[in-house]
Structure formats: structure tokens, C-alpha cells
Design a protein around this ligand. Structure first.
Ligand code: PLP
Length: 397
């Protein structure tokens, strides 16, 4: 135990994942661990394996790994590709850069479309690269749907159209780790071959589950792929999953939580979940503008509904400001990652969030800006309150 006195009230975990876990999910996971090869587990396994498809909007298999999102990235690459394969990746920010570094370590040849980290993936640039690739050396196009380091959401429907317009046969792989269940996403309709997900962001669960939603084309590619794999091999998963089981011990209690999360998302309605995130994001952006601070994502077209990254005035360090907010108001804000460390902070507004959570978070930010002496205008919280008031809805409306 630390010697620090107890802090009353609840901590505000306003980072873009992990997100606060609702009490209902905590209670659902508070269960004895069961035999993962027994009949009771089979019912749970079948329930989550079919339920999760409704969240990815797919009728194809979704594999569930006891892993972080990074594990699910690796699973996507090693199951579909062979050493030496070229993959086209788009530098939306820190997470896209990490995925690219992983591809290199796995013996793939990533081509990176560079960007300044302040917008989403440009589908026209992807199309141009694919048209140049007459020999079809590119085996996969990999895009991060919601770049969590910058708060930019790419248009996956446009990326799909780019592949189609170039008549290019590459697989399309998408990271939805910080957008699934908070921003509209359609695996089947958008013709995505592998969608990568994680448990600890929009799904409102603790960390520990990674997902791969796969298309028939991706499954076919996996038969020929020669990258070494064992733990992440889809074929072992596929045969065990048919009966609701897993090839090794699954994260049983997280699966109880997953079943509850899926029920909760459908009780609210996915369309309402997405509208709630859009509305909270707009309220946050109005606060940022009222503070006269700058939203890091430059193009409104790519604004993220799950988080907003905010540029600190150059005279101030974003991490020092975040420390002030944590010490005084017990709110955790997201840090700037790698090349934008100290320059931006991020407000997470995804997961189990309501209007008052958002207002309290913004109040914490506004008070901390004042305490830290960061130049800003007041009235950010008021701007968000005005927006939430004029757009107020009763649940179910
Ligand atoms: C959080 C995140 C990751 C990494 O997930 P881990 O669970 O930390 O491995 C990858 N991509 C995106 C877009 C993320 O938001």
C-alpha cells in the first residue's frame, strides 16, 4: 500500500482505452472459473462466437484470442501472408507505425504511405499506389480505421472503393481496435478481409481479448500462407470454435464479460451507440474551440468520435498538464505518443460514457488548464453544456 491518502469518489479514466468497465460487466465476470472443455463452457463459447459477429457486422468467422490487440495484429499478418510479401500500409500515426514495424519484423516488406499524422488515410493515394503495382506484388493493404494516437478516423468504404477502382486483388486488413462498438463499422459491406479488434476500448471490457474477423478470401489465403505461426493459427481455432471450444485455455471470465457487453450494445442499439459517440465528440470539439486550443486532426472529415487529440500551446508541455489534471482532479487523459509526445494530449470519449461523464471530464480539463497556467479562453465547458442541452435526448429517443 502506498502512503498516499485515499482519494474519495471515482477515478475518471478518460484515455482512449482501456475505458471504464461498467458495473454490469464487472458483475458478469465475477463467476467461478469453469471447465473450458465442459458443457457449460460450450454454451458460453457458442454464444460469444456468434454474438461478436453482430458487432463486426459479418456472417463470417470471428476468432477470439486471449491476447492484446497487438496479438490480433500479428494473427492477421501471419495467417494470410508469406515471408517477403509486400504489404501497403498507411502512416496515419503511432499505431499504424507500430503495425508496420511488426510487419517488417515478421519478414514482410511494408510500403508505407507517409503522412504528417494529422489526417486519415487518403484513399486516392492508396488507389494511385495500387494502379502502379501492375504485377500485383502488393498482397495486402493495411489501414488503421481509428488512429488512436491522433484522433483521425479513416473512411474504410473509400479505401474499399480504391481497391476496386484499381482492380487490385490485395487483401484489405483494418485495425478497429479503438473504433469497434463506438464508430460505425461494417466488415462484410465494406469488403474487409481481416478486421482486427481488441476488448478494452469500445467493447468496455478489461484488456485481454484480441479479435480477427475474416472473409472467405482471407480464409482461402490462409491455406497458402507460409509465415510461421502456431498460437495464432486460424485453422486450429476454426475447428475448435465449431463446437464452441478453443484450442487452448481461453480467457473464460472475459468471455462472460463479452457476452454481457454484446447484450448491452444491442439493448442500447448499435445505431444509438454510434450517435452517442458522435454527439459526445462534437461536444468535446466545441469545448476545445471555445478554449481557443487546436484540434490536432486537421480535417473535419476525419474527426474521430472516440477520442480527440488537442495540441498544447508550444510554451507548455502536454504531459506536465496531464499530471496537473491527474493530481488535482483524478482524471487520466491520454498522452502524446512517440513523435508527438509532450505536444498533444488526448481526451478519450469512447465506451460507457454519458453527458455528465463528459461534462465532468471537460471541467477537469478546464480547471487543470487554469492551474497549469496554459493560455486559453474559459467557457469550454459551457460550450459543451449548450451543445448537450440543445441536442438533449431521453434514452430510447
Ligand atoms: C490500443 C490500440 C492498439 C494496441 O492494442 P493493445 O491491446 O495495446 O495491444 C493497436 N491499434 C490501435 C488503433 C489501438 O487503439
Amino acid at each position: 500500500m502506498s502512503n498516499a491518502p485515499r482519494r474519495a469518489g471515482r477515478h475518471f479514466l478518460q484515455i482512449p482505452g482501456p475505458t471504464p468497465v461498467p458495473d454490469r460487466i464487472l458483475r458478469a465476470m465475477d463467476m467461478p472459473v469453469i471447465d473450458h472443455r465442459g458443457p457449460e463452457f460450450k454454451a458460453l463459447g457458442l454464444k460469444v462466437l456468434s454474438g461478436i459477429k453482430t458487432i463486426f457486422k459479418t456472417s463470417s468467422p470471428v476468432f477470439i484470442y486471449p491476447s492484446s490487440g497487438t496479438g490480433a495484429w500479428e494473427a492477421a499478418l501471419v495467417n494470410t501472408l508469406s515471408p517477403g510479401d509486400t504489404v501497403l500500409m498507411y502512416e496515419t500515426g503511432h499505431f499504424a507505425t507500430l503495425w508496420k514495424a511488426m510487419a517488417s519484423k515478421l519478414g514482410l516488406q511494408p510500403q508505407f504511405i507517409a503522412s504528417d499524422w494529422r489526417s486519415g488515410a487518403d484513399a486516392d493515394a492508396i488507389e494511385a499506389r495500387l494502379r502502379e503495382d501492375k504485377a500485383h506484388a502488393i498482397k495486402a493493404v493495411c489501414v488503421v480505421h481509428n488512429e488512436t494516437s491522433t484522433g483521425a478516423t479513416s473512411r474504410i468504404d473509400e479505401v474499399r472503393r480504391a481497391l476496386d477502382a484499381a482492380r487490385h486483388p490485395a487483401l484489405l486488413m483494418v485495425d478497429t481496435i479503438s473504433s469497434l462498438a463506438s464508430i460505425d463499422y461494417r466488415h462484410d459491406e465494406w469488403g474487409v478481409d481481416v478486421t482486427v479488434g481488441g476488448s478494452q476500448k469500445g467493447l468496455m471490457l478489461p484488456p485481454g481479448l484480441g479479435f480477427n474477423a475474416v472473409s472467405d478470401k482471407a480464409l482461402a489465403a490462409s491455406k497458402a500462407a507460409r509465415s510461421p505461426k502456431s498460437y495464432f493459427a486460424w485453422d486450429d481455432m476454426l475447428s475448435a470454435n465449431k463446437e464452441g471450444f478453443f484450442p487452448y485455455t481461453p480467457a473464460t471470465n472475459l468471455l462472460y464479460g463479452l457476452a454481457e457487453a454484446i447484450d448491452m450494445l444491442h439493448e442500447e442499439g448499435l445505431a444509438r451507440v454510434f450517435a452517442r459517440h458522435d454527439r459526445h465528440a462534437e461536444g468535446v470539439r466545441r469545448a476545445v474551440k471555445a478554449w481557443a486550443l487546436e484540434i490536432w486532426c486537421r480535417e473535419p472529415k476525419y474527426y474521430s468520435s472516440s477520442l480527440t487529440a488537442i495540441l498544447m500551446p508550444s510554451s507548455h508541455n502536454a504531459d506536465a498538464f496531464r499530471r496537473t489534471a491527474l493530481e488535482h482532479f483524478d482524471v487520466s487523459l491520454g498522452t502524446g505518443l512517440s513523435k508527438i509526445a509532450g505536444k498533444v494530449f488526448r481526451i478519450g470519449h469512447l465506451g460507457d460514457i454519458n453527458d455528465l461523464t463528459m461534462i465532468a471530464t471537460l471541467a477537469g480539463v478546464e480547471m487543470a488548464l487554469k492551474l497549469a497556467g496554459v493560455p486559453h479562453q474559459s467557457e469550454g465547458v459551457r460550450a459543451a453544456m449548450d451543445y448537450f442541452t440543445t441536442t438533449a435526448k431521453r434514452p430510447g429517443d
